[in-house]
Design a protein around this ligand. Structure first.
Ligand code: 13P
Ligand code: SF4
Length: 311
């Protein structure tokens, strides 16, 4: 495997040779973000995957994101640098579990966060991402209760914002639930000019403390445009790479987590991808995301319902 600048060049050569596009999430390692053709949040990346005319999509994110790309653009070859790049939310919610929940609440609509696998999507009425969840929940018929899966923290946040009756799946993100309200409160006290901004996968006490709550792209836009010069950022710390580029003169601090010995808010899954693995997956076109066509069509329906409702 080439190293250093040669590795970057080899990836760019493969991209040309194979007519590939590299999509990356804001939580990816910095060197992957820097080489990507398109950097975005879950919704932006899903749209980019749907619209691309490249022959191969090298998806630098986690498995459910690459799977969504395949669902939306099945004729393209979708490769993921490391298939072990999972997600605690996706891993904790099965299609079977959601089916059982529907049986217990036959009148409910199922709105499911995009952080789930294809089987779970296939059991859902509509998919949401953190960028469009509030708009979509507001748009659902008022006379039906809503089952929301799998993130209970995002679900609680949405129930509070929209006033809707929501039955929540008991799932959470291992990265965002590690933020400590007590440690962040102390961090705010020693940085009195800083604003706390948080991703809605964080727990309620953290969200209650925050000046702004939003998806990764919304957090980036907020830091860029807001008048404040200092921010404490409660989301996966990979986002600070792009944030520093967009707001180079502002002071950006990762929010502190429960473990006193570590201030780290890294998503272990997102960080499984490396430049070396990206090179190998493009070279050998493996591991490839494949899917049964019947399942793909079932999972596509609620994603299309989402895209129709989000601007
Ligand atoms: P975004 O859609 O806000 O980018 O969030 C994705 C995610 O996995 C957050 O943990
Ligand atoms: Fe999943 Fe959390 Fe990692 Fe996002 S940060 S991919 S929700 S485990």
């Amino acid at each position: 495997i080439p190293q250093g600048d040669d590795l970057v060049k080899a990836i760019l050569d493969l991209k040309k040779e194979k007519n590939a596009v590299i999509l990356a999430h804001y939580y990816q390692p910095a060197e992957i973000q820097d080489i990507a053709d398109y950097l975005g949040d879950s919704l932006q990346l899903a749209r980019a995957a749907k619209d691309t005319d490249a022959d191969m999509i090298a998806f630098c994110g986690v498995h459910f994101m690459a799977e969504a790309a395949k669902i939306l653009n099945p004729t393209k070859k979708v490769v993921l640098p490391d298939t072990q790049a999972g997600c605690s939310l996706a891993d904790g919610c099965s299609g079977e579990g959601l089916r059982a929940m529907r049986e217990n609440h036959p009148n409910a609509l199922i709105a499911t966060y995009i952080n789930c696998n294809a089987e779970t999507k296939a059991e859902s009425d509509i998919i949401v991402t953190s960028s469009n969840a509030e708009t979509i929940i507001e748009a659902l018929p008022k006379d039906r209760p809503i089952i929301f899966a799998p993130d209970k923290n995002l679900g609680k946040y949405l129930a509070k914002k929209t006033g809707r009756d929501m039955i929540l799946w008991d799932g959470s993100c291992i990265v965002h639930e590690a933020f400590s309200m007590e440690r962040i409160a102390k961090q705010l006290a020693v940085n009195p000019n800083a604003k706390l901004i948080a991703h809605p996968e964080s727990e309620t006490p953290v969200l209650d403390l925050a000046s702004f709550v939003g998806s990764t792209s919304a957090l980036l836009n907020f830091v860029e445009k807001d008048a404040a010069q200092e921010f404490i950022v409660a989301t996966e710390e990979g986002i600070l790479h792009e944030m520093k580029k967009r707001a180079p003169h502002k002071k950006l601090m990762p929010a502190l987590v429960f473990d006193e010995s570590c201030n780290c808010s890294e998503c272990f899954y997102m960080k499984r991808n490396t430049l070396e693995k990206l090179y190998l997956c493009m070279k050998y076109e493996l591991p490839e995301i494949t899917m049964d066509e019947e399942l793909r069509l079932k999972a596509l329906k609620p994603i299309e319902a989402m895209l129709e409702l989000s601007t």
